[in-house]
Design a binder for this molecule. Sequence first.
Ligand SMILES: [Zn+2]
Length: 287
Amino acid sequence: MTSRYPFLAAVAKWRGSACRDSQSKPMTAMSHVSNAAIVLRRREYGDFDLILTVLTEDHGVRTLIAKSAKKSTKRFPGILEPFAGLQIVYRQGRANGMAVLEEATLERALGEVRSDVIKTAYASYWSELVALWLEDGQARPDIYRLLAFVLEALAEGKLSDAVLSLLFQMRFIGQEGLQPVLERCTCCQTAVEALGQQRFCVDLERGGVVCSSCPSPEDSRLHVTKGTLKQLLWLASGDLKQAMRVRFAAHVMQEATAFLEAFVPYHIGRIPKSLAFLRQIRGGVKA
Ligand SMILES: [Zn+2]
């Protein structure tokens, strides 16, 4: 698959393989960096400026100030929007100073996401997880490609938004080495397949499921059935295209969603503010 857009090329690259080669652009000057980026967050700063949190392809999460972006639309004509895929040039600030956005070219507007309240809620949740967890400047092209892939799929709308969210959360937490233990009891290590029971208690602290012979966790409200465990493992493994063929029954979707939206924030140690918004929106509109 080829694309004239680097943002989509990153998506194609992710779809095609787990290729990790860097497409790092050369420095345009000593302190200038050119790179593809996804806008994770945008906020106003004073009367004229915007502060953007972006995930760059090769230099991780960056916080940039776009000077006069609110006042003048000439330099950045309506393109500094959440979830947009951009090609940017920024200048490193001095010592503790914030990096300054010098140029931005739009590669993928993602307007389909921003014009839909449920898609916006999901994209905000994923973006906030990335911004909360990754350290500033830590190069994570794998997370960049994953986020670019799910945002593009969210815009295309070929797969349900809720399944995409499960896919994102399983892959994201897996790439961080925090994947849940779903194939065996986290206490006695017995394989789930070898156990007769169908329903398993989730122990967030132990990082996975516990069987009925082992002590239940203090908070034992979360449960998942065998079928849900299989579906989640399927989403987390192998080729993304194949993973996207998975179909979820309504009750499986409910269990998997409740599980991951508890597990992921617990293990990154922060509860994204956008999760409350997502739950509120999802409660009001059928996903
Ligand atoms: Zn056990």
